[in-house]
Design a protein around this ligand. Structure first.
Ligand code: HEC
Length: 265
C-alpha cells in the first residue's frame, strides 16, 4: 500500500512537471522574462552577446541537434534508430526554418498616447507557443516591456489560425487585470513531415510614457520543436503528449526580433 501510493505520487509529480514548459506555462498567467527558458536553445548567437563561448554552446545545432545526432546510450534519443534520428533532425530544421517572429510598431508616438503593436509568429511545434514584449533582444538581460515605460494598457488579443483565443489569458482572474506583456498562444499545431506550419498573432495596446525620449521595444518568441515531428512525440503515463527528448532537452527555442527604438515626441 505504501509502495503503491508512492508510485502514484511519483506519477502525479512527473505528470505535473511535464505539464509545464514543454506545454508552455498553462498555470502561470503573468509576465515572463526570457531568462526563465534556460533549457531552450538560441536561434542566434546575439541572444547571449557578451557570454563568450556559452553563447555558441546555446545555439540550436550545438545544444539540441548534436545531441540527437549523437544518440548516446543514456540519452532519451537512444530509443530512435540512426535513420529516425536523422529524419527527426531534418524535421526540426524545417520547423526552425519556418518559425519566425516579426514586430509591427510605430516609429514614433506622442507622450501618453495609446497605440497598437502587433507581433506575428509562424511555426512552433505546439500545442502552444509563448510570445512577449521585452526591452532587449537578450536572453539574460531582457525585461518585460513595462520596465522601460511601455505600459500594457489592455488585455492582449491573441489569435491563432485566424481565431481569437482567450482560454489561457482568462485563467487569470479579471480583477487582477489581464494586461500582460507575455501570453501563451493556444491552438498551435505544426507538422514538419506534412510541411504544415502554424500562424498566430498577438495585438497589444500600449501606453507611451508622459516624458519624451527614445525607448526600446522587442518581441520574444518561445516555442518547442520536437512535437512538430511525428518522430518527436511521445505519449506519457496519463496519455499526455510529450517530446522525445523530455523536459531537459534543448528542444525549446528562444528568439527575438531586432530591438526597435520608438521615439516619444
Ligand atoms: C527544464 C527545462 C526547461 C525550462 C526551465 C523551460 N523550458 Fe520551455 N520547454 C522545454 C522543452 C524541452 C520544450 C520543447 C518541447 C518540444 O520540443 O516539443 C519547451 C517548450 C516551451 C514552449 C512551447 C510549448 C511546447 O510544448 O512546445 C513554451 C511556450 C515554453 N517552453 C516556455 C517556457 C517558459 C516561459 C519558461 C520559463 C518560465 C520555460 N519554457 C522554461 C524545456 C524547458
Amino acid at each position: 500500500m505504501i509502495v503503491r501510493s508512492f508510485v502514484l505520487a511519483t506519477l502525479v509529480a512527473a505528470a505535473g512537471s511535464a505539464a509545464a514548459y514543454p506545454g508552455g506555462t498553462p498555470s502561470y498567467q503573468t509576465d515572463v522574462a526570457p531568462f526563465c527558458a534556460g533549457c531552450h536553445a538560441s536561434r542566434d548567437v546575439a541572444a547571449l552577446a557578451g557570454a563568450g563561448e556559452r553563447a555558441t554552446k546555446e545555439l540550436v545545432p550545438n545544444k539540441h541537434l548534436a545531441v540527437i545526432r549523437a544518440g548516446e546510450a543514456k540519452s532519451p534519443y537512444a530509443k530512435l534508430s540512426a535513420a529516425d534520428r536523422a529524419t527527426l533532425v531534418k524535421h526540426i530544421e524545417a520547423l526552425d526554418a519556418a518559425s519566425g517572429v516579426i514586430l509591427e510598431a510605430p516609429a514614433s508616438v506622442k507622450p501618453g498616447e495609446t497605440f497598437t503593436v502587433i507581433v506575428k509568429v509562424t511555426g512552433g511545434a505546439g500545442p502552444v507557443v509563448g510570445v512577449g514584449l521585452v526591452d532587449r533582444a537578450h536572453r539574460w538581460y531582457a525585461r518585460p516591456a513595462a520596465s522601460v515605460g511601455w505600459q500594457v494598457a489592455a488585455a492582449p488579443v491573441v489569435r491563432s489560425s485566424g481565431e481569437e483565443k482567450t482560454d489561457w489569458l482568462h485563467k487569470r482572474p479579471a480583477d487582477m487585470g489581464r494586461n500582460l506583456s507575455f501570453v501563451n498562444v493556444t491552438g498551435i499545431h505544426s507538422d514538419a513531415a506534412q510541411n504544415s506550419f502554424a500562424t498566430a498573432q498577438v495585438t497589444w495596446t500600449l501606453r507611451a510614457p508622459k516624458e519624451m525620449g527614445e525607448l526600446p521595444l522587442a518581441a520574444v518568441y518561445l516555442y518547442g520543436t520536437e512535437k512538430g515531428s511525428p518522430l518527436g512525440i511521445t505519449t506519457g503515463p496519463l496519455g499526455r503528449k510529450g517530446n522525445v527528448g523530455g523536459l531537459g532537452a534543448g528542444a525549446g527555442r528562444v528568439m527575438f526580433t531586432d530591438v526597435q527604438v520608438i521615439r516619444v515626441e
